[in-house]
Structures are given as structure tokens and as C-alpha cells.
Design a binder for this molecule. Structure first.
Ligand code: AMP
Length: 220
């Protein structure tokens, strides 16, 4: 079972993947999380990634592909995986084609207005990376109540402090959305030609979306 969760930054794919992968007994591979770990560890790759992320740019393909290849070869990824944030360019998709046979691409759709509102309200545990959201959205048939921790500012899972990701500011978010439209959205056509895409509109919180996505994946 090898799946790609595709969609604009902030559409919720990280949350869905982190909940669905354990249910399927496969790993969740998020290149954004891997880069953030490199930044936190202060590695050479982390320093390069930090510059790109701060500017809202993509990390260059060569280093991204190298890091991804290393991860996907690990034992825990052999049974299957959900990719979140990879591939993001045609070059990455073509490389992935040589590495694995993808079963399905879930294309997650959400308007840019809601993405912006949600992204600015996103909080992440600085220790374990668990995601929360303080926005309360209810319009145009989309109901997304906040995803709050039990104790304000504290992670339910590990007790770590909740912080705003450095790249979750309006200017960077708009840059990321523009880059998505320019560089990543064309990938959908690449996968549509292979008849691998299932579109799904976000209409509710993860409790609503996760079962919907699970149903699609199980049929596969
Ligand atoms: P994400 O957590 O997926 O939103 O990723 C955060 C940032 O990490 C992105 O804005 C990029 O700068 C970088 N990044 C993550 N995945 C990739 C990728 N596949 N290719 C290039 N840059 C990436």
C-alpha cells in the first residue's frame, strides 16, 4: 500500500496522514517534518532547508530526493507508506516512479481563503510535532471546529509547548500557495494520466475526513 496525499500546503494532509497511516500499519513520510528535524539538529542540510522554508521556497530537488531515497529504503517503509509533501515537483515525481509503484493519489481540495485562515491558526508541539488548530470555521458548507489541546498551549500527547511554525505567517503562506499552484499542481495531471487520482473536497474536521479517506483507501 503506497499512497500519496496531495494538496496545497495547509489542506490538512499531514493530520490525515498521521491518523491514517497507523490504522493501516504503514508509515507516514513527511518531507517537511524531516526538514524541520534537520533544522532542529542544526545539520548542514537543516541550514539549507531553513533558508528555503523561511523564504517560502522549495528545498532544491537534488537534496530533497537524496533525503527521501534514504528514508524510503528503511525497513519500516517496505510494507507501505503515505507520502505527505512529496513529490512536489515533476522531477521528484519522476524519481519516485523509479523507486516505487504508487497505488493511489488522494488529491485533497480546499479553498485558499480557508487554508490561509487555518494556517495562521495552526499550532504544533515543539517536542513531538503533534498538530492543533485554534480557528473555528463554519461557512460555504464547510465546518471545521478548532482542534484544541485539553490544556491551552500544552500538547496532549507529550506535554510539550505548542508553538506557531516559523513558516506559518501570511506572506510565507501566500508564497507557498503560489509555489504550489506553479510547481506542484501540474503533478496532478501527471498522475491523472496514470489514472491514479481520487479527488476529495474538505468539508469538515479530521473526524469527518479521516473515515471518508479510509473508505477510499480500503477499496483499493
Ligand atoms: P510542509 O511541512 O510539507 O508544508 O513543508 C514545509 C517546507 O519544507 C516547504 O515549504 C518546503 O520549503 C520544504 N519541503 C517539504 N517537502 C518538500 C519537497 N518535497 N520538495 C521541496 N521542498 C520541500
Amino acid at each position: 500500500m503506497k499512497f500519496i496525499f496531495f494538496g496545497p500546503p495547509g489542506c490538512g494532509k499531514g493530520t490525515y496522514a498521521s491518523r491514517i497511516a497507523p490504522q493501516l500499519g504503514i508509515v507516514h513520510i513527511a518531507t517537511g517534518d524531516m526538514f524541520r528535524a534537520e533544522v532542529a539538529a542544526g545539520t548542514k542540510l537543516g541550514k539549507l532547508a531553513e533558508k528555503c522554508m523561511k523564504a517560502g521556497n522549495l528545498v532544491p530537488d537534488d537534496v530533497t530526493i537524496k533525503m527521501f531515497k534514504k528514508r524510503v529504503k528503511k525497513k519500516d517503509a517496505q510494507k507501505g507508506f503515505i507520502l505527505d509533501g512529496f513529490p512536489r515537483t515533476l522531477a521528484q515525481a519522476k524519481e519516485l516512479d523509479n523507486m516505487a509503484k504508487i497505488d493511489l493519489v488522494i488529491n485533497i481540495e480546499l479553498s485558499e481563503g480557508i487554508i490561509l485562515e487555518k494556517a495562521l491558526a495552526r499550532r504544533i508541539c515543539e517536542k513531538c510535532g503533534n498538530i492543533y488548530n485554534i480557528a473555528d470555521i463554519n461557512r460555504n458548507g464547510i465546518k471545521m471546529p478548532p482542534l484544541l489541546p485539553k490544556k491551552e498551549g500544552i500538547c496532549d500527547k507529550c506535554g510539550g509547548f505548542l508553538v506557531q511554525r516559523k513558516d506559518d505567517n501570511e506572506e510565507t503562506i501566500r508564497d507557498r500557495l503560489n509555489i504550489y499552484r506553479r510547481q506542484s499542481e501540474p503533478l496532478i495531471e501527471f498522475y491523472r494520466k496514470k489514472k491514479l487520482v481520487r479527488d476529495i473536497k474538505v468539508v469538515g474536521p479530521p473526524e469527518v475526513m479521516v473515515p471518508k479517506i479510509m473508505e477510499i483507501l480500503k477499496k483499493r
